[in-house]
Design a protein around this ligand. Structure first.
Ligand code: PGA
Length: 259
């Protein structure tokens, strides 16, 4: 059975709709410089589509991987404004985030659509980071596990493997709010997700399960060091290199944990 220590964690930055070229370049150049200090995790940056080429130029060759924040389920076609997984792969991306709660909410994305996007990502050779998570009302109603289980069943295709799929558990109420679950609640949800993955997938024991939602340097150690927590999907704190690197720091063996 795969142990957490056998799974290389992933810290992925989701820039959302933030970043213009000049500041983005500075940020990425500095991140590449900081990553010269090795960490026992993989690092990825998912900038807006407009900065992907620049991200490839500045850091793509070195310390971090690049991902898109969404993709269309088809490889090409008459879909004005959309970007396909093939296009992301063509630019050199390794990852694509799919089913983020902001897309589920802003664009009405269903589990079926998310699953089609994951399949498109896999066809293009990308690793899909599939987001799941309950709203505050669902948690208060005691439905968190049921909701996440349903999203996993609907959004993750049967052919998924540990090599091509990463799960990100992001409680909607923790995203961008500064509020986080208790570390024990994260571990409980991640172990439920692990059981689901092991039940369905031959490599489910080795699939990475990230936590996302208000991860900051000061809470990273507590949120990310629990069992079955294999890294983080970071929004706001990925926009400032000090904060993002401060989260990565918990995976450096020469570091002292932040309090
Ligand atoms: P946050 O966002 O870190 O700003 O809460 C996380 C996410 O939406 O992926």
């Amino acid at each position: 059975m795969a142990k957490d220590k056998d799974i290389r964690p992933l810290v992925a930055g989701n820039w959302k709709m933030h970043g213009l070229a000049a500041a983005g370049r500075e940020e990425l150049v500095e991140l590449a410089r900081r990553l010269e200090r090795p960490a026992a995790c993989e690092v990825a940056v998912c900038p807006p589509f407009t900065l992907i080429a620049l991200a490839m130029e500045t850091g793509g060759a070195g310390g971090f991987a690049i991902g898109g924040q969404d993709c269309h389920p088809q490889a090409s076609g008459a879909h004005t404004g959309d970007i396909s997984a093939e296009m992301l792969a063509d630019l050199g991306c390794r990852y694509v985030i799919v089913g983020h709660s902001e897309r589920r909410a802003d664009h009405g994305e269903s589990d079926d659509l998310v699953r089609a996007k994951v399949e498109a990502a896999h066809r293009a050779g990308l690793i899909a980071i599939v987001c799941v998570g309950e709203t505050e009302a669902q948690r208060d109603a005691g439905q968190a596990f049921e909701v996440v289980e349903g999203q996993l069943s609907g959004s993750v295709p049967e052919a998924a493997t540990a090599e091509d799929t990463v799960i990100a558990y992001e409680p909607v109420w923790a995203i961008g709010t500064g509020r986080t679950p208790q570390p024990g609640d994260v571990v409980q949800m991640h172990s439920a997700i692990r059981r689901h993955l092991e039940r369905r997938f031959a490599t489910g024991e080795a699939m990475r399960i990230l936590y996302g939602g208000s991860v900051k340097p000061k809470n990273a150690e507590g949120l990310l060091k629990g069992k079955n927590v294999n890294g983080a999907l970071v929004g706001g704190a990925s926009l400032k290199v000090d904060d993002f690197d401060g989260i990565i720091e918990i995976y450096r063996s020469d570091s002292t944990p932040a309090d």
